[in-house]
Design a protein. Structure first.
Length: 298
């Protein structure tokens, strides 16, 4: 049991709210006194089936030459609004300030994009793949250094896109739900309770991890931000990744700051809270900036 839980659930939740409020306030103060040196532009993409996908891209104003890039999937609907969420441990513009080109899009049927909401299924995975391809076509982006960041509920969609073949070098998963049990525990009233094995097979993150041909990084604190006291889903993800190591496709995985490929029985979990999560994200992205997609010889 995480130590934070020992002080009682009501006080624990009050401390979480206080930290989120403090983190958001500090972010606003920091940005007002030291604005992010980032260029922002609106983008409009077309999905494979023709839906209009609206989004934004953030590019650092400093530096030159092709740079690494990210598709940013925030915790929630995973669109532009979530990429700017002040309560998040890190925002898309903050990642751009660290040297990345970052794109966030409203998935089909959400935000300003057209189409039907696919609830994280194949259509949404294709939307993410379209954003990856858009980054790869830009002259200011290194197409072999494109990754996906999924925060919370954004992680399953990013993993599905990579599993379906989106050309990325890694997927970074911060405390994302990995199976039906976890998804329903955080969204009991959502349209995710469909009792259909085929429907769920397209949204089963554990199964998708087994199809990855890129890096998979899981960042997990001892006090999950959506499932307090619940770490079984993170351990299931680690188990699924461990059994993927025999793949000849160059897959690798990492849990927190353990060495790549290490699957400890008792992982060293991150400290709880948004501040610790932000530090972990910045540290991991700095390391991942030099990771390149493995391209098969033709």
């Amino acid at each position: 049991m995480p130590e934070l839980q020992l002080i009682g659930p009501e006080l624990t939740e009050a401390l979480r709210r206080a930290e989120r409020t403090t983190a958001a306030w500090m972010r606003r103060v920091r940005e007002s006194t030291r604005p992010l040196d980032v260029f922002e532009e609106a983008v409009e993409l077309r999905s494979t089936c023709g839906y209009r996908l609206c989004g934004r891209i953030w590019i650092p104003r400093t530096g030159s030459g092709p740079r690494p890039a990210l598709v940013w999937l925030g915790d929630g609907a995973s669109g532009v609004a979530d990429a700017l969420d002040p309560d998040a441990p890190m925002t898309a513009p903050e990642a751009a300030r660290a040297g990345w080109a970052v794109i966030a899009i409203d998935l089909a049927g959400r935000g300003d994009s057209t189409g039907e909401d696919d609830f994280g299924g194949p259509e949404h995975a294709d939307d993410v793949a379209c954003a990856v391809r858009h980054l790869g076509e830009r002259a200011d982006v290194d197409r072999n250094r494109v990754g996906i960041v999924g925060l919370g509920l954004g992680a399953p969609v990013g993993i599905a896109a990579a599993a379906a073949g989106a050309p990325v070098s890694f997927v970074l998963d911060w405390e994302g739900p990995v199976d039906r049990e976890t998804l329903l525990s955080v969204h009991p009233d959502a349209a995710l309770g469909v009792d259909d094995a085929v429907w769920w097979s397209d949204r089963d993150t554990l199964g998708q991890i087994g199809r990855l041909s890129c890096g998979y990084v899981r960042l997990q604190s001892e006090d999950d931000h959506r499932n307090p006291e619940e770490l079984r889903h993170a351990q299931r993800a680690l188990f699924a990744a461990r059994w993927q190591t025999a793949s000849p496709q160059g897959f690798w995985f990492q849990i927190n700051h353990h060495p790549r490929g290490e699957a400890p029985a008792r992982p060293q979990w991150l400290p709880p809270g948004r501040f610790a999560a932000g530090r972990a994200l910045r540290r991991k992205l700095k390391r991942l900036a030099n990771d390149r997609r493995r391209v098969s010889a033709t």
